[in-house]
Design a protein around this ligand. Structure first.
Ligand code: VG1
Ligand code: CO
Length: 561
């Protein structure tokens, strides 16, 4: 019989979940007494006590430093709160999309994901905890607010200090916990359920032919030492026959080899460089927890994520899942370029524009209004689960290559010809002084919301843009009517070009300022231009209006996408 101890604690004021979970430096979790315990208890507190004995909760993480300790705390605290059943990935490993899949498959009440996603790891890096609900999707604001409210007043939590689960062996462990029904912990293979799901979505024989048949293409997949390594190895290499050396950095590491596990042109430079020689036809990288993807063509031809989801939408017939279910609607986050809107118009599909963060897509999917969506931040996915899904996006692209028998570059260029091109760039200024960033945004908002701002003209070089609309984006969920305000400052010019400013909700130190620029061009003479050249006047105008450089002391962004 395992005893329950009630531990006295003091609440923390800073456990408000951000865009996707609570993210802090590892040292914050380690050095503050009961910091992780408090947050875990706050999550479990939102599960109705009457439901707990019959409840299943899924637990998994991206393998980063401190994950194992956190999982043991979850086991001990869940048991002491009367949760009946946990399902945990072997060695704690489970990608974010796989957790979403397993929550749905097991009809769990929710899942806890140990990850700070694309943020660096290791003893001096970041740690994070996300909570997903029964649909498999990230907890919506209503729930994260409840978690936050509990965390601000928490005085004690129950814990089974003597309980320790063996995470390494697949199988069921049963514990007798004081006054409750037996508590069971199921350790499951990290890949199996997810792999099975993909087999139902895609045409595996066709993908196998593409990757290992007589006329196969060569791919290079970079797991960046994140969680997706075992999934790529098992599914793409073992099952679809891609050579073992086509997948690199596939062993999850606690510190991601010292890098940012962030699939963009800056942090996935190793992949970009290895693609340049032209040895590979297709390349992809994933983030720490496996929900993001970056797609590259031969010689490193870059597919912007905003274009990626538009291409998948335009070619949905290449994917058996969509042929079966049809495409019920499309969606993108507000800062994502309007490339998807053009496809929606052409195919006469409904297009939803949501705030940043995957949690806003869930209700639309549950209501049968949305099948395919994406974010500019390298997130692409569908209603097969309720998270963005890196490997799914890669198999979606490979399915299109298999059907069209064209290169990534040909498919992309053909798309721009047909639909026109949305030139898009995002500038990230990381770890800026918080006060300076907040003040810049506040002052910009004051200036932008002044009625005289609409109609103002801004020029750079020979380009002039006139403001047609400026606001702080607010979203009313069409399904439950909930309203989310302050989701980003946007300036829309009369030609449809957009400037967007927002502060990141996933950083762990200081503030990250994001500037997004989207501008449409349909002139076939201009669609192959370099986005940085095309967008230079708008960048210039954005920096002028916001005085970003003067206010933050940054002359250049940390990352350009
Ligand atoms: C960022 C991205 C957002 C994404 C979120 C979580 O949020 O902009 O599009 O959904 O990260 O992605 P923010 O608030 O920093 O801009 V993940 O892969 O880090 O869970
Ligand atoms: Co992620």
């Amino acid at each position: 019989m395992v005893q329950i101890t009630v531990v006295k604690t003091k609440p923390y004021a800073d456990q408000k979940p951000g865009t996707s979970g609570l993210r802090k430096r590892v040292t914050v979790f380690q050095q503050n007494q009961h910091y992780a315990e408090n947050f875990i208890q706050s999550i479990i507190s939102v599960i109705e006590p009457a439901e707990r004995q019959a409840a299943t909760v899924v637990v998994g993480g991206d393998g980063r430093f401190y994950m194992r300790e956190a999982i043991q705390l979850i086991v001990q605290i869940a048991a002491a709160n009367g949760i009946g059943h946990l399902v945990i990935g072997q060695d704690g490993i489970m990608s974010t999309p796989a957790v979403s899949c397993v929550i749905r498959q097991k009809k769990a009440v929710g899942g806890i994901i140990l990850t700070a996603s694309h943020n660096p790891g290791g003893p001096n890096g970041d740690f994070g905890i996300k909570y997903n609900i029964a649909s498999g999707g990230p907890a919506p604001e209503g729930i994260t607010n409840q978690i936050y409210e509990v965390s601000k007043v928490l005085q004690e939590y129950p814990i089974c200090l003597d309980l320790k689960a063996d995470l390494s062996t697949v199988g069921t462990q049963t514990f007798q916990v004081d006054s409750f029904k037996p508590f069971t912990v199921d350790i499951v293979d990290s890949v199996e359920a997810y792999g099975e799901m993909l087999r139902d979505i895609f045409d595996f024989p066709a993908l196998k032919e593409l990757l290992s048949g007589a006329k196969h293409i060569n791919v290079r997949l970079d797991a960046m030492h994140g969680v997706v390594g075992p999934y790529v190895k098992k599914i793409v290499c073992e099952e679809l026959g891609s050579p073992a050396d086509s997948a690199v950095n596939c062993v999850p590491k606690e510190d991601f080899g010292g890098h940012h596990p962030d699939p963009n042109l800056t942090y996935a430079a190793e992949l970009v460089n290895s693609m340049k020689a032209g040895e590979y036809d297709f390349g992809a990288a994933f983030d720490g927890d496996g929900d993001r993807n970056m797609v590259l063509g031969k010689h490193g031809f870059f597919v912007n994520p905003s274009d990626s989801v538009a291409v998948i939408a335009a070619n949905f017939n290449s994917i058996p899942y969509f042929r079966k279910t049809g495409v019920k609607g499309l969606a993108r986050s507000m800062p994502t370029s309007a490339a998807l809107d053009n496809v929606a118009k052409a195919l006469q599909m409904q297009l939803y524009e949501t705030p940043t963060g995957w949690k806003f897509f869930g209700n639309l999917m549950d209501a049968g209004k949305l099948s395919l969506c994406g974010e500019e931040s390298f997130g692409t996915g569908s209603d097969h689960i309720r998270e963005k899904d890196g490997l799914w996006a890669v198999l979606a692209w490979l399915s299109i290559l298999a059907v069209r028998k064209q290169s990534v570059e040909e498919i992309m260029k053909d798309h721009w010809h047909k639909f026109g091109r949305n030139f898009f760039t995002r500038y990230d200024y990381e770890e800026v002084d918080s006060d300076a960033a907040n003040k810049m945004i506040a002052d910009l908002q004051t200036a932008m919301l002044d009625p005289s701002f609409v109609g103002k003209k801004f020029s750079s070089g020979d380009k002039t843009y006139e403001v047609a609309l400026s606001d702080n984006f607010a979203y009313t969920d069409p399904v439950d009517g909930s309203v989310s305000k302050n989701q980003g400052l946007r300036i829309i010019f009369s030609d449809g070009s957009r400037l967007i400013f927002r502060l990141s909700g996933t950083g762990s130190a200081g503030a990250t300022v994001r500037l997004y620029i989207d501008s449409y061009e349909k002139d076939p003479q201009k669609i192959y231009q370099d986005p940085q050249v095309m967008l230079a006047p708008l960048v210039d105008i954005a920096l002028k209006i916001s005085q970003l450089q003067e206010r933050t002391g940054r002359t250049a962004p940390t990352v350009i996408t």
